[in-house]
Design a protein around this ligand. Structure first.
Ligand code: ATP
Length: 516
């Protein structure tokens, strides 16, 4: 088992043990790719949503929010292209009976070639030291050039097959590359088939196709069909945006990697309506804004990268992902898409209702273009947890040499902001005082009172759920109304007056600092 896999397993176990995430309906052995958020998980998830909502809606005068229903008129999905084009190419292995996404199998093969190139480059770097010219090496080394050519050829063939919906070409590629089932090594594949990702259900009082409804596979369409309702009722002028947070459902073929790919998940999407022809500038603007949003949380720049789409979706004229370095490698966390006037145009056509905006500055009517930013709340949760969870040796304390699991979440996202702990649980005066502080602080923050163990154990537990501050009430507190406040990350303990606690906590946990 690789170190990466070990770290990921540990993360999944930590999420369960400390009440962040449970498998859905676990008493019945769970439901594949569906998860429930526990008491600390829901707090963290709500904080992520609040940070997104406030930075979009509260911080932009020209962005407003909505909350559309999950069910929409079935024609919505005809217009959006989801009925005809929201398909993944799937392939089954006849021996293992396992199902895979054909494009993902090929991409994984490409990742391996990329890994080989990087290995060659690393080796050369070591050999040549300071004088190493990476660009020169990549363009001249015969072995690297060969790998690169192989990579480029596969990439082009994959892109062509995907854009033409050519399933036979994908099968040929899998065969030529001798791609085997990652689990069993078998190369006994079925044909590649298109598989629609939408879940459907039935309206009770209408039988047959007429009553067929879909669970929305993205929240965006609720925004598009409400474009004019929102524009007219808020008197917004283009450019303006509509933001929404809500559940989406996809019948994913390969649902693996914990909450990275789920069948029921939550999206935070913003559609920004702009005049035609300005999409390039607004695309760059939103790329930059979204990157800053991630960096403000303390996510290192080295863990984030942009990835340009080669296979553009049917609605897009440009698309880039923000990828995050998850424990299983760099993967999509957020998508930024230039959706042109595809969606509004299609709804206009199918519904027969005008989706136009009169632009007083241009003195013309047009169907606005759209830049979309779309991030999965659950993937953001996984990104934050995987970056934050650290196992470390405790320095300079009485239990020096011991290890602790600490969740270094940004304090603004932490589920609990401070824990109030009496030094001794059998001492009524300490307990009473600690409860007074708890009752005072809970008016302002999500705080926790705990006296269920020794102080060392209580600290460990708070570290494991990411609480930035532990406040300890001891015998001196009774004399001088001071407490110790312990910092989760530095482990420094300061003695402070009780009436300063609120200010100290607020300074670090307030989301305000993230918006600056
Ligand atoms: P992928 O290529 O990983 O399937 P996608 O390109 O289909 O993702 P989008 O349609 O652009 O994803 O959706 C926007 C965002 O929604 C993604 O960046 C991701 O964060 C989130 N998302 C999409 N599918 C899932 C899923 N099955 N589970 C959790 N989050 C998801």
């Amino acid at each position: 088992m690789s170190q990466q896999n070990d770290a990921f397993k540990k993360l999944v176990a930590h999420c369960k043990e400390y009440g962040f995430i449970f498998p859905s309906s676990e008493v019945y052995d769970g439901l594949s790719a569906v998860y429930d958020y526990g008491p600390y998980g829901v707090e963290l998830k709500n904080n992520i949503k609040e940070y997104w909502w406030r930075s979009m809606v509260q911080m932009h005068e020209n962005i407003v929010g909505i909350d559309a229903a999950i069910f929409m008129h079935p024609k919505t999905w005809k217009a959006s292209g989801h009925v005809d084009a929201f398909n993944d190419p799937l392939v089954d292995n006849k021996d293992s009976k396992k199902r895979y996404r054909a494009d993902v199998l090929i991409e994984e093969y490409m990742d391996k070639i990329e890994g080989k190139i990087n290995k060659e480059v690393e080796k050369a770097q070591k050999r040549f030291g300071d004088t190493f010219d990476e660009a020169m090496y990549r363009s001249t080394n015969p072995r690297v050039a060969e790998y690169q050519q192989q990579f480029d050829t596969i990439k082009t063939r994959l892109a062509t097959a995907m854009s033409q919906g050519d399933m036979a070409a994908l099968k040929t590629l899998i065969e030529e590359l001798e791609i085997a089932d990652p689990d069993t090594g078998s190369r006994n594949w079925t044909e590649v088939r298109q598989f629609n990702l939408m879940f459907s259900t039935q309206l009770g009082n209408i039988a047959g196709e007429e009553g067929k409804l879909y669970l929305r596979p993205e929240t965006a369409q609720g925004i598009f069909v409400n474009f004019l309702n929102v524009q007219k009722s808020t008197r917004q002028k283009v450019p303006f945006g509509i933001a929404q947070i809500g559940k989406a459902f996809r019948n994913e073929i390969v649902a693996r990697q914990f909450i990275f790919r789920m069948r029921e998940f939550e999206q935070m999407e913003m559609q920004f309506f702009i005049p035609p022809g300005t999409q390039k500038d607004w695309f760059d603007y939103w790329k930059d804004m979204r990157r800053k949003w991630h960096l403000a949380l303390g996510t290192p720049a080295s863990k984030l990268r942009f990835h340009k789409h080669e296979n553009l979706a049917h609605y897009a004229d440009a698309a880039e992902d923000i990828q995050f370095e998850f424990p299983f490698g760099f993967k999509e966390l957020e998508g930024i898409h230039s959706r042109t006037d595809f969606d509004l145009g299609s709804h206009q056509e199918l519904s027969g209702k005008k989706m136009q905006y009169f632009d007083p500055e241009r003195n013309e009517n047009y169907v606005p273009y759209v830049i979309e930013t779309s991030i999965g709340c659950d993937r953001m949760f996984l990104a934050m947890m995987s970056h934050a969870l650290t196992e470390e040796t405790v320095p300079g304390s009485s239990d020096e040499g011991n290890t602790r699991d600490v969740l270094r979440l940004h304090p603004a996202l932490a589920p609990v902001k401070a824990a109030i702990l009496p030094l001794k649980r059998n001492e009524d005066r300490l307990v009473g005082k600690a409860k007074d502080i708890f009752n005072q602080l809970r008016l302002s923050f999500k705080v926790q009172y705990d006296d269920t163990g020794s102080i060392g154990k209580l600290y460990r537990r708070q570290d494991a759920i990411g609480t930035p501050y532990c406040i300890t009430v001891d015998f001196d507190t009774l004399e001088d109304n001071t407490v110790t406040i312990r910092d989760r990350d530095t482990l420094v303990q300061d003695r402070v007056a009780i009436d300063r606690l609120e200010d100290i906590i607020r300074e670090r946990v307030d989301m305000k600092q993230l918006f600056a």
